[in-house]
Design a protein around this ligand. Structure first.
Ligand code: ZN
Ligand code: FE
Length: 758
């Protein structure tokens, strides 16, 4: 035992420390250091009373941080001296959970099944041989099965499954890797697997056989996952993929493919080291990869430059894919409806959609709806495009301690709760335009407030008078801060990277309510903490109003052409559009960059109507990637104009005139798509330089849905760096509207800090 005087201390560890094997780790570490005492969960954190020689206790506390379990995330360790007892405990024990503290709660996100469990599952004779629910202290569902804190079995969806003697023994054995694993079960206990196919019901191994058979025969099977159901089918069978599209009512949006292992991913996609690490990371997101040699059916993601690939993260998926090969795995829901998590709802869906051959499910309840997350590696750095399963509810640090609730945007809504210097983003709830989604929105807020024990004193919402999220914020009985949409986008980057001082925020998206009542979306904001100035913007263009017009790229194209002074093109629909623009009836003025991408897409004949959100712009990016893949030097930018008054105004009318002229001369549409991307990248640098000259700001933050465009981001960042700017963009939250609530939250916190509330 180490030298020194006998001491006693209470150590509190804050962060993601429950459900990740922290207490067993502490007990094991204590034995190694020859200290005694006990460890327990208290609210969201772990508390340790430790007794021993001074040197041993010090080393023990140091090693908590240095050797913490892989899935844990320590945010803070507090240590205070206790009076040395007359008779210190003889050993080290794990005690019952207490309920006295009030520190921040940090529930663990769902974890992909670990390699040790996968290996065990494939070992004949093991009590968990082919068990679809195998897990240990380091892996398995967490947030999706958690009823409350502390994270103990009786607070999870596993509470209805009593442990068999074997599992009970392992659960209590400090040397076992399932010591205090709350989701432990085996073939003799735990959830059961079922397969419903028409009138036939099978169980256990036969259930799996049934599902695999249906999939191999070209069928669609619904499979219960972690945060909801998937619909699965073979990615090589175009008929099955078409049937899946019919069942979902989703005609065009690319599907993701789950591959059994890395070798299979590599056969189908190009994978960098960073991308491989992201694919294998505990959240197991869908990663957008460039397509490789081996192809899937064109219906999966035909025109896309990328294939959304992911690896199995549940034991059940491993079992299915090992036998059935890669599978299209898409969330089970009709377009725009929330993801299905209840068995009854899934069975009903399958009865209503005969394309769905069967439902593979089990009797462990899903308590929280969590879609698969989507991510990509750009400029060597991972970034999240949809933040859901595996990431939620990880807390992001923020520099102020207030308690508040930010209600997010209207589309791809997320909400964000803050307390004690941490921001908790919800999963992506969806577009708040159906009653069902609105219910999910309300329930998510209630659930997060109670689970995280946050009592907000302030609300933050968007300025848009028509946003449903803003309406809900207005109903809450507390002061409400209104945040401008693009300001919030930029502040989300500031929050993520803890930026200080003013930044030039480039916020490009489809739409957002401006402080002058017009529609913004191509903004250059100089942002200083709470405030911002509109230092530059895209020249507002008159567009046809109405929700439908936003999806109709061809209308945006006619409006942009009219604005650029182009003569009528001969499109038979043009007269009506021009008459509306001339009379100004049902028109809106908008500086939206998103609509410019849509307009160019339609003008080039790439995509005239968005069947899903952002399709026109996404197809334009795909066209540009096609041209870029053909090689050649960097694209030549097209013309644009920049006027430098009190605000820099970027005018793309010259660009539209040039595109029109080049198209008349038979120029290649894909090449023009590539050149348009180059134009926007160069124009961003031009405007930033103009603002920097006047205001001396050299830091640029990029945000807004347009920056999900990987070609644009990959081009503009190096150009800005060459021009001498420090450049930041969203990495941990989406650059689209899913990240807005984080920006709103920081705006609210700053306002709280300053003592103002509205
Ligand atoms: Zn495991
Ligand atoms: Fe936006």
């Amino acid at each position: 035992m180490a030298q020194g005087q006998a001491v006693a201390a209470r150590v509190t560890v804050l962060g993601v420390v429950q459900g990740v094997g922290f207490r067993p780790f502490v007990a094991w570490l204590a034995r190694e250091h020859g200290v005694t005492g006990s460890v327990w969960n208290e609210q969201g954190h772990v508390v340790i009373d430790v007794y021993g020689a001074q040197g041993a206790v010090d080393a023990f506390v140091r090693d908590i941080e240095a050797r913490k379990p892989p899935a844990s995330d320590i945010r803070r360790i507090e240590r205070r001296a206790l009076p040395a007892p007359d008779a210190p405990p003889a050993g080290f024990s794990i005690a019952e959970s207490g309920d006295a503290g009030d520190g921040p709660v940090m529930p663990c996100p769902d974890l992909a099944v670990c390699d040790a469990c996968v290996a065990e599952m494939h070992t004949p004779g093991d009590p968990r041989f082919q068990n679809p629910f195998i897990s240990c202290t380091h892996c398995g569902p967490r947030f999706s099965v958690m009823r409350g804190v502390p994270y103990d079995r009786e607070n999870t969806a596993m509470d209805r499954f009593p442990m068999c003697p074997l599992c009970g023994r392992q659960y209590r054995d400090p040397s076992d890797r399932r010591y205090h694993a709350q989701t432990v079960c085996c073939n003799a206990c735990g959830p059961k697997l079922f397969y419903h196919s028409g009138e036939r019901v099978s169980e256990g191994g036969r259930a799996l056989d049934g599902a695999v058979e249906a999939l191999s025969g070209g069928g669609i099977v619904a499979v219960k996952g972690i945060g909801g159901y998937h619909l699965a089918c073979s990615p090589y069978d175009d008929r099955a993929v078409a049937a899946l599209r019919a069942a979902k009512g989703r005609e065009h949006k690319p599907f993701a493919v789950m591959f059994p292992d890395m070798a299979s991913v590599r056969a189908h996609c190009a994978v960098s080291d960073e991308e491989e690490a992201l694919l294998k990371s505990a959240p197991r997101p869908i990663v957008l990869l460039f397509k490789g040699k081996k192809v899937v059916a064109p219906g999966v993601c035909g025109t896309s430059a990328f294939l959304g690939a992911f690896l199995p993260y549940t034991p059940l998926q491993h079992l299915m894919l090992r036998r059935g090969g890669p599978l299209v795995m898409t969330s089970a829901n009709a377009t725009a409806a929330p993801l299905i998590i209840e068995d009854e709802a899934m069975l009903r869906f399958s009865r209503e959609h005969p394309e769905v051959r069967g439902v593979l499910f089990h009797d462990r309840e899903i308590l929280r709806r969590l879609d698969d997350s989507v991510a990509a590696v750009d400029l060597g750095r991972p970034r999240v495009i949809r933040r859901a399963r595996g990431y939620v509810p990880s807390a992001l640090p923020v520099p102020f301690c207030g308690s508040l609730l930010a209600y997010g945007a209207q589309e791809k809504n997320t909400v964000c709760l803050c307390r004690d210097g941490y921001a908790y983003l919800s999963t992506e709830i969806g577009d708040l335009d159906s009653l069902e989604t609105e219910c999910v929105f309300e329930r998510t807020i209630e659930d997060m407030q109670s689970l995280l024990r946050i009592a907000p004193v302030v609300s933050v919402c968007d300025m848009h008078p028509g946003y449903l999220s803003a309406w809900h914020a207005g109903r809450a009985a507390r002061p409400c801060v209104k945040a401008q949409h693009h300001h919030a986008h930029i502040v989300s980057v500031i929050a993520e990277h803890a930026l200080e001082g003013p930044v030039i925020g480039v916020a490009f998206d489809g739409t957002g309510y401006g402080t002058d009542g017009t529609v913004w979306g191509g903004e250059f904001l100089v942002v200083t903490g709470q405030g911002f100035a509109r230092a530059g913007h895209l020249k507002p263009v008159k567009f046809l109003g109405g929700d439908e017009s936003v999806r109709q790229g061809w209308k945006s194209a006619l409006c942009a052409a009219f604005d650029a002074g182009l003569p009528p093109s001969g499109d038979p629909r043009e007269a009506v559009v021009r008459a509306a623009l001339q009379s100004g009836v049902h028109t809106i003025l908008s500086s939206s960059m998103g609509r410019m991408f849509d307009a160019v897409s339609a003008m080039l004949g790439v995509c005239a109507v968005s069947a899903y959100d952002g399709q026109c712009a996404i197809e334009l990016e795909n066209a540009a990637w096609r041209a870029a893949a053909r090689g050649g030097a960097a694209a030549e930018p097209l013309a644009y104009a920049l006027s430098e008054g009190s605000a820099a105004v970027l005018d793309l009318a010259p660009c539209f005139r040039e595109i029109d002229a080049l198209l008349r001369r038979g120029a290649d549409a894909d090449a023009l798509a590539w050149r348009f991307h180059e134009t926007v990248a160069r124009a961003i640098v031009g405007v930033c330089e103009s603002i920097a000259k006047r205001q001396g700001v050299r830091t640029v933050a990029l945000s807004g849905g347009v920056f999900q465009n990987r070609l644009l981001l990959g081009r503009v960042v190096p150009l800005l760096r060459v021009a001498g700017f420090d450049v930041y963009w969203n990495e941990r939250v989406p650059s689209g509207d899913g990240g807005v609530s984080l920006g709103q939250a920081l705006i609210g916190l700053i306002s709280l800090e300053k003592g103002g509330s509205a």
